[in-house]
Design a protein around this ligand. Structure first.
Ligand code: NAD
Length: 494
C-alpha cells in the first residue's frame, strides 16, 4: 500500500514565522493505513517552547491584548469562514495522519466553524457585575480578564476538533496559545496555523511546537510563563501534567480517559440500542475517550442483544479510511495495537469469551483489529475497569436497576454513559445516579459547542464547551472604588 501522494514538509509556527526546530531535528509522521511516512515535521524542544511562549506573551502585550471582544469575535468568524472553505482538505490530511475514517473527519472539520461562531458570539459578552456594596461609600465591580498564555496539549484521536475546544474559548476570552499536537498527528495543527494567520489574527496569538511529550509537552507544562494548561489525553499523562503544573501552580484543565458504560434495560428499543452500542464502541475503531466500552445489559435480554451486536459487528466493513464506504479503519499506531492484544489475552485467560472478533485482520492492513465483543466479563476484570482504546466491547449483566448503576459507577473513570429505556421516570432516575460528566439517553456520542463536556474522577478536571468555557480562560478581578474620600482605621479590615 504505497503512499501515492507527494510528501509534505512542515515548520514550527512561532509568531508569524515558519521556522525549523532550533536543534535542526525533524521526524516523519506515518499514515497508519499505508504505514508509510507522509509528512516531515520539526522535532521541537524546550528552546522552541521558550520562543513560542515569548511570542504568545508579546501578542498579549501587543495588538491582540488591546483588542475589544467585538474585534476578536470578528476574527474568529473570519477563521470560521476559512475553515469551512478548507474542510475537505483538512479532513483528508487528518485521515492520513491518524487513520480515522474520512466520513468521520469530514464531519468533524465541518463542525469546526460551529465552535468558532458559537464562541465568537460570546467574545463580546464577557462582562462582569456591578456588585451592590455593603458600604455606602464604595462602588464594586468585576472584570473577567484573559488568563494569559495557554499551553494546549492534544492527543491523536481527534486532533483538530479537540484543539478547537480549547482554541475557540481561549481566543474569545483574549488569551494566546502555544499548541503541542500529538507526535502521531502533528500536521493539522500546523495547517490550522496558516489559516489563523490568513484570518488576520495577530502574530503570536497561535503558536505550534511539534515534537514529543517528554520534551515539548513537559517543557510547556512546566514553563513559568504559561498561565493555563488545557490538556486532553490519557489519565497517566494527565497525572504527570498535574504534578508538573503544581510546581508553578498553573491552572490546569484535564480531559482524560474513560470506561464509559451503556446500560440497556428490558423495555429498551433493541434496534436503537444495538445501533448506539455499535456507534459507541466501533466508531473510530474504539479510539475515542467516550467509547462505550462496557455494555451492562439486563439478564433477560442479554442473549438477544448480544446476537444482534455480533451479527452487526461481523458486517462492519474494514478498509481504507479515505473510502466513504469504510466503517472501521486501522488502529492509529502499533503501540495501540499491542495494547489491545494484551488486554484480549489477559481477558480470555481470566474467563471472558470472545463472541466475535478478538484478532487482527492483516488482510486489511498491519494495524487492523476486528470489532470484538467479549461476554462473561465480571465487574472486577481488567477489561471492565481499564481503558483499552480499541474496538473491544465488554458485556456484563444485571438483574436489578440498582445493580446496573452500582456496576456502571464502579470504575475510577466518569466521562460518559448511555442508557436505553422507554420509561421516562427510569431514564431520569438512572441518569441522575450515574457518576459521569455526560449521560446520553437513547442515543450516544453526540457533542455540541454549547453543551459542557468533561469528566469526573480519573476522567479529569473541568469542562470544555458551553457558556462557562469562556470564563474558564479568564481571571476575575474585583475593583473597589472609594467614592467619599474618607480615611479609615488603618488597623481594621474592611
Ligand atoms: P497521551 O496522554 O499519550 O498524549 C496526549 C498528549 O500529551 C500528546 O500530545 C503527547 O505528546 C503529550 N504528552 C505526553 N507526555 C507528556 C508529558 N509528560 N507532559 C506533557 N505532555 C505530554 O494520550 P494519547 O494516546 O495521545 O490519546 C489517547 C488518550 O486521550 C486516551 O486515554 C483518551 O481517552 C484520551 N482522550 C480524552 C478525551 C477527553 O475529552 N476526555 C478526548 C480524546 C482523548
Amino acid at each position: 500500500m504505497a503512499e501515492n501522494r507527494s510528501h509534505r514538509n512542515y515548520s514550527l509556527l512561532i509568531g508569524d514565522a515558519w521556522v525549523p526546530a532550533q536543534s535542526g531535528k525533524s521526524y516523519d509522521s506515518h499514515n497508519p493505513y499505508t504505514d508509510h511516512p507522509w509528512a516531515t515535521v520539526p522535532d521541537g524542544g524546550s528552546v522552541d517552547v521558550d520562543a513560542a511562549v515569548r511570542a504568545a506573551r508579546a501578542a498579549l502585550d501587543g495588538p491582540w491584548g488591546a483588542m475589544t471582544g467585538f474585534e476578536r469575535a470578528g476574527l474568529l468568524r473570519e477563521l470560521a469562514v476559512l475553515l469551512a472553505r478548507d474542510a475537505q482538505a483538512l479532513a483528508e490530511l487528518e485521515s492520513r495522519d491518524n487513520g480515522k475514517l474520512l466520513r468521520e473527519t469530514q464531519g468533524q472539520m465541518k463542525a469546526l466553524p460551529d465552535w468558532l461562531n458559537y464562541f465568537a458570539g460570546l467574545a463580546d459578552k464577557i462582562q462582569g457585575d456591578v456588585i451592590p456594596s455593603d458600604r455606602r461609600n464604595f462602588m464594586v465591580y468585576t472584570r473577567h480578564e484573559p488568563v494569559g498564555v495557554v499551553g494546549a496539549i492534544v492527543p491523536w484521536n481527534s486532533p483538530l476538533l479537540l484543539l478547537m475546544w480549547k482554541l475557540a474559548p481561549a481566543l474569545a476570552a483574549g488569551c494566546s496559545l502555544v499548541v503541542k499536537p500529538s507526535d502521531y498527528t502533528p500536521v493539522t495543527a500546523l495547517e490550522l496555523g496558516s489559516r489563523v494567520l490568513e484570518a488576520g489574527i495577530p502574530a503570536g496569538v497561535f503558536n505550534v511546537v511539534t515534537g514529543f511529550g517528554p520534551e515539548v509537552g513537559r517543557a510547556l507544562v512546566s514553563h513559568p510563563d504559561v498561565d493555563r494548561i488545557a490538556f486532553t489525553g490519557s489519565t497517566s499523562t494527565g497525572r504527570a501534567i498535574a504534578r508538573a503544573a503544581a510546581e508553578n501552580l498553573t491552572r490546569t484543565s484535564l480531559e482524560l480517559g474513560g470506561k464509559s458504560a451503556q446500560l440497556v434495560f428490558p423495555d429498551a428499543d433493541l434496534d436503537a440500542a444495538c445501533n448506539g452500542i455499535i456507534a459507541g464502541i466501533f466508531a473510530a475503531s474504539g479510539q475515542t475517550c467516550i467509547a462505550g466500552s462496557r455494555l451492562i445489559v439486563h439478564e433477560s435480554i442479554h442473549d438477544d442483544l448480544v446476537d444482534r451486536l455480533v451479527d452487526r459487528a461481523r458486517t462492519i466493513r474494514l478498509g481504507d479510511p479515505l473510502d466513504m464506504a469504510t466503517e472501521m479503519g486501522p488502529l492509529a499506531n502499533v503501540n495501540q495495537l499491542n495494547t489491545v492484544l494484551g488486554f484480549l489475552e489477559r481477558a480470555t485467560e481470566r474467563g471472558a469469551k470472545v463472541a466475535t472478533g478478538g484478532r487482527t485482520s492483516p488482510d486489511h492492513g498491519a494495524l487492523f483489529f476486528e470489532p470484538t465483543v467479549l461476554t462473561g466479563v465480571q465487574p472486577d476484570m481488567e477489561v471492565a475497569q481499564e481503558e483499552i482504546f480499541g474496538p473491544v466491547l465488554s458485556v456484563l449483566t444485571f438483574a436489578e436497576d440498582g445493580d446496573a448503576v452500582r456496576m456502571a459507577n464502579a470504575t475510577k473513570y466518569g466521562l460518559a454513559a448511555g442508557l436505553w429505556t422507554r420509561d421516562l421516570a427510569r431514564a431520569h432516575t438512572i441518569a441522575h445516579s450515574l457518576r459521569a460528566g455526560t449521560v446520553w439517553v437513547n442515543s450516544y456520542r453526540v457533542v455540541a459547542p454549547n453543551v459542557p463536556f468533561g469528566g469526573v474522577g480519573a476522567s479529569g478536571w473541568g469542562r470544555e464547551n458551553g457558556l462557562a468555557a469562556v470564563k474558564d480562560y479568564t481571571e476575575t478581578k474585583a475593583v473597589w472604588l472609594e467614592l467619599a474620600g474618607e480615611t479609615r482605621d488603618p488597623f481594621k479590615l474592611g
